[in-house]
Design a protein around this ligand. Structure first.
Ligand SMILES: O=c1nc[nH]c2c1ncn2[C@H]1C[C@H](O)[C@@H](COP(=O)(O)OP(=O)(O)OP(=O)(O)O)O1
Ligand SMILES: [Mg+2]
Length: 259
């Protein structure tokens, strides 16, 4: 399965994608591009480099740069917030001694194959590493309905586009179970030709009628068990990032990169 181009400049008929791009105005400057990204075709949309915990960088070794290949501005925003808060709340009491990251991102139209969430994530990361010619991370988000044996799973983006938030509810109308699992899979490739490593995070919940702002994907219809009755969309960003599938996956990736 192939994405229909960069999500940040996607069709106005897609509320999900349109609101994603609203979260990230089209004001990206090529000055944000690294040496590596500036060598890539000009048609590729560049997202700004986001320094994480830059204030600690001067006291330690220079920050490690992670290239995050994604077309989704909301993912990038959450990754930045989670990494920043993990740095602030690290078990290490001395912030100056805390290793820091800088996250750089690039929107590439990477082929997304069919398969399990893990197969899809690995293939996407492999392809991205070939294109960028170096290390990178990618992220895949799946929403697995218990009643449907795990579907839509990694195909949630296409289901959401096709049937909308109400349609996701209607798909479960004939089933007693509304249970769903949000799954985030980060894949890290050390470079072209290397097998990507997988870091997965899961959050359990159920599918409900849409409640809350419609900024980000299926947030309004997913009520996590740990959300005190709120949907992801009704929770503030800090609360979501404490229990989210993305937080859990990124926590594993962060620990691996700091090893
Ligand atoms: O926390 C989330 N809360 C609500 N919705 C979410 C979340 N995270 C991803 N989503 C949506 C975006 C897309 O409709 C689908 C995942 O598809 P997925 O291919 O992983 O994302 P994408 O194509 O937008 O970005 P990328 O360029 O990183 O592949 O679920
Ligand atoms: Mg995608």
């Amino acid at each position: 399965m192939t994405t229909a181009g960069g999500s940040l400049a996607s069709s106005p008929h897609s509320p999900t994608e349109t609101s994603d791009s609203q979260a990230h105005p089209h004001s990206f400057s090529s000055s944000f591009a690294s040496d590596r990204t500036s060598q890539l075709p000009r048609s590729q949309t560049l997202l700004p480099t986001i320094p994480v915990a830059a204030e600690t960088a001067t006291m330690t070794t220079s920050p490690r740069t992670i290239l995050f290949v994604t077309g989704n501005a909301n993912k990038l925003k959450e990754v930045r917030a989670i990494l920043l808060s993990s740095t602030q709340h690290t078990e290490n009491a001395n912030p100056a001694a805390t290793p820091s990251f800088s996250v750089e991102s690039q929107d590439l139209d990477v082929p997304e194959v069919q398969g399990t969430t893990e197969e899809v994530a690995k293939a996407k990361c492999k392809a991205a590493a070939e294109i960028v010619g170096g290390p990178c991370i990618t992220e895949d988000t799946a929403l697995a309905f218990e009643a449907l044996g795990g579907l839509p799973g990694p195909y949630i983006k296409y289901f959401l586009k096709a049937v909308g938030l109400e349609g996701l509810n209607n798909m479960l109308a004939g089933f007693p179970s509304k249970r769903a699992t949000a799954i985030c899979t980060f894949a890290y490739s050390a470079g072209p030709g290397t097998e990507p490593l997988i870091f997965e995070g899961r959050t359990e919940g159920k599918i409900v009628q849409a409640r809350g702002p419609t900024h980000f994907g299926w947030d309004p219809v997913f009520e996590p068990d740990e959300g005190e009755g709120k949907t992801y969309a009704e929770m503030d960003g800090v609360a979501k990032n404490k229990i989210s599938h993305r937080y859990r996956a990124l926590d594993k990736l962060r620990k691996y990169l700091l090893e």
